[in-house]
Design a protein around this ligand. Structure first.
Ligand code: FA5
Length: 350
């Protein structure tokens, strides 16, 4: 094959280059094309670099032709590149398209658990009576759970059969009641004290319709000068009225808790039958709500309060039991059972 003249070479490159650029279907192919023809080792570049090897009379024609080709191909590449870039953008926009007219995915609205709702309601009631709501640790030391509450070391409640111990032989426990917060609060504050303490408590206990191994209590503590049983009774009567209705009456019966003297268990007359006796109050007309009493002088002394100057009352309510009384639920285990059919009945309309 005879060697091509410079003009023939230029024509050949132009023809192949334009056909190939036309065939480039993607941005990547167009970029590869640019490298192949116009890049630093591209065909056009090498042709121009080779001009010096041509006979002198051919150089001007070949030089002009080569430069014209370079410009022509450069301009062609700009156009094709712009076309392919905008097609590429269109395609990506189409792929990512969001149809804003589609209906949104519905989100299930949650609702507070009935026990949480009761705690919130109790906190509000007690706030109006001057009590602050505070929280305490669920993993507790035997010191606060028992010792500071005048519960002697041989007391059966400290037994591994009643209490869930985190360590053995047993200095750390899951709190068995909210009462340990009595000492924790008093150690941090000078009288007067008025707090309520809601929270989970744990007992090593067989489950039945009225007993869970984990349940909630709400502790109350008021310490000041001249606090009497009348203040305790008035406070609990007011709480019962707010919770169960204006007609409610309170009943105290003697009970024993090492950290109060005197100690009582207290009940409210059944709101469902007005004290006549029904399924919920098991025919007695009264519903047990918790334990209470006047803070024992030993408990005051243990936190540095002078029992000759200060006196106080304390109470501990079973929160699940309060929800049961109010709504007629007869099995305590339903609260932790997590059955949505049960829980939905308590959800307030949003
Ligand atoms: C106490 O726990 C005392 N700390 C209450 C107290 C506080 C007395 C301050 C005096 C001064 P008790 O063990 O009775 O007391 O429990 C209080 C309430 O918790 C009970 O009346 C009951 O409503 C609830 N309760 C007790 N055990 C369970 C259980 N296993 N499951 C569900 N609720 C329970």
């Amino acid at each position: 094959m005879a060697t091509m003249t410079a003009q023939e070479t230029i024509d050949d490159i132009r023809q192949r280059a334009l056909a190939q650029l036309d065939a480039a279907a993607t941005l990547d192919e167009a970029i590869a094309w640019e490298r192949e023809f116009l890049g630093s080792r591209g065909e056009v570049t090498l042709f121009l670099r080779g001009l010096s090897a041509l006979p002198p009379e051919e150089r001007p024609v070949a030089g002009r032709g080569g430069n014209a080709l370079k410009q022509e191909l450069g301009a062609a590449w700009e156009r094709r590149h712009a076309e392919l870039a905008s097609a590429d953008l269109e395609r990506r926009l189409a792929d990512d398209a969001v149809d804003v007219t589609l209906p949104g995915r519905p989100t299930d609205l949650g609702a507070a658990h009935p026990v949480s709702e009761m705690i919130d309601e109790l906190s509000e009631i007690f706030a109006l009576l001057g009590f602050q709501t505070v929280f305490g640790p669920e993993v507790e030391t035997a010191h606060y759970n028992f010792d500071q509450l005048n519960i002697p070391s041989e007391h059966p409640a400290r037994d591994v059969w009643d209490t869930i111990h985190v360590d053995l032989p047993g200095e750390i426990v899951l709190r068995t009641h909210t009462s340990p917060m009595q000492a924790r609060v008093m150690e941090q504050t000078e009288p007067p004290v008025r707090v309520v303490v809601p929270g989970r408590v744990y007992r090593y206990e067989a489950q039945d319709a009225s007993h869970e191994w984990m349940f909630h209590q709400l502790e109350g503590l008021a310490v000041d000068r001249n606090i009497t049983m009348a203040d305790l009774k008035g406070t609990l009567a007011e709480m019962a009225r707010q919770l169960f209705g204006a007609e409610r009456r309170i009943r105290f019966r003697c009970d024993f808790f090492p950290f109060v003297e005197p100690g009582v268990d207290f009940a409210v007359d059944c709101a469902l039958c007005s004290g006549k006796g029904c399924r919920v109050c098991k025919g007695s007309g009264w519903l047990e709500m918790g334990g209470a009493g006047m803070v024992h002088p030993n408990v005051l002394r243990a936190v540095g309060y002078d029992p000759e100057v200060y006196s106080g009352f304390a109470f501990g309510l079973g929160v699940e039991r309060l929800v049961m009384m109010r709504s007629g639920v007869d099995d305590l285990r339903a609260f932790a059972g997590n059955d949505l059919r049960f829980l939905r009945q308590f959800a307030r309309a949003a």
